[in-house]
Design a protein around this ligand. Structure first.
Ligand SMILES: *Cc1c(COP(=O)(O)O)cnc(C)c1O
Length: 250
């Protein structure tokens, strides 16, 4: 009997090779890049298949959808439980759910949600690693702190730094870096400046707030992860390249 590798496993190997190649070409160690498999719309069985193929970091973009799947997956995995990343917009009333279910939050996109997450984290005695989601491209449809003109517009930059300072002061959260979603385009080279500017912003934050390492840059998805890795991504969030196309998302 011929046992064929699962498509997820094949896809995963290809993605890992592409990440490694992009890292090496940029003079980076591929081990610096964490692959977060974005499992939104896929059921626990598929996530377990991905676990079996070796994945240990999973991302969801809707707090409730993940909250339903996470306990099922955690209970079924044969080894250490995976790390769960919240990568999508969080409504204020979902902050407690996020604190209960997720290990890392990439999508802190406003001071108010940071304050809510902080409150619930303190209540349950956790310190949650978080990233500040930045709207680097200025697209009106995107969440995130407005930083599209941070280099040339001192007022915008200072407004962001002030909110950043307020978030850094919150208990129960540990700010580890920045996250962004690049504009949709079929030419990945066009998004390179977006990633480069997020990295430059990170460097500016490092100067302003040197108490923190600002080590994480979460950037790069199926269509643009190689460019993101070349520009310094430490976390790439990949769905379709591993799991195939998603069914119609509501
Ligand atoms: C869906 C999603 C991803 C993954 O997108 P793909 O194009 O499927 O790789 C990454 N980040 C966020 C915030 C997402 O919502």
């Amino acid at each position: 009997m011929v046992t064929r590798p699962l498509p997820i496993e094949q896809n995963l190997r290809q993605v890992q090779e592409r990440i490694a190649e992009a890292a090496l070409r940029a003079g980076r160690d591929p081990a610096e890049v964490t692959l977060v498999a974005v499992t939104k719309t896929f059921p626990p069985e598929v996530i377990l298949e991905a676990y079996a193929a070796g994945l240990r970091h999973f991302g969801e973009n809707r707090p409730e959808e993940g909250a339903e799947k996470i306990p099922i997956v955690n209970a079924a995995v044969p080894g250490p439980r995976p790390t769960w990343h919240m990568v999508g917009h969080i409504q204020s009333r979902k902050a407690d759910l996020v604190v209960d279910c997720y290990d890392v939050v990439h999508s802190v996109d406003r001071l108010k949600i940071a304050q809510r997450l902080s409150r619930f984290a303190v209540e349950v005695g956790r310190e949650i690693p978080v990233l500040l989601e930045c709207n680097v491209s200025g697209e009106a449809t995107k969440f995130g702190f407005a930083v599209n003109r941070w280099e040339e517009d001192a007022a915008q930059r200072e407004a962001f730094f002030a909110e950043g300072a307020a978030i850094l002061a919150l208990p129960g959260l540990r700010v580890e870096g920045l996250m962004t979603i690049a504009p949709l385009t079929d030419d990945p080279e066009r998004v390179r400046p977006v990633f480069a500017r997020l990295r430059a912003l990170r460097d500016a934050l490092r100067e302003r707030f040197p108490r923190l390492p600002w080590s994480e840059l979460s950037m790069g998805m199926t269509d643009d992860f190689e460019v993101a890795v070349k520009e310094g991504a430490t976390m790439v969030r990949i769905g379709r390249a591993i799991f195939g196309p998603r069914r119609e998302e509501a």
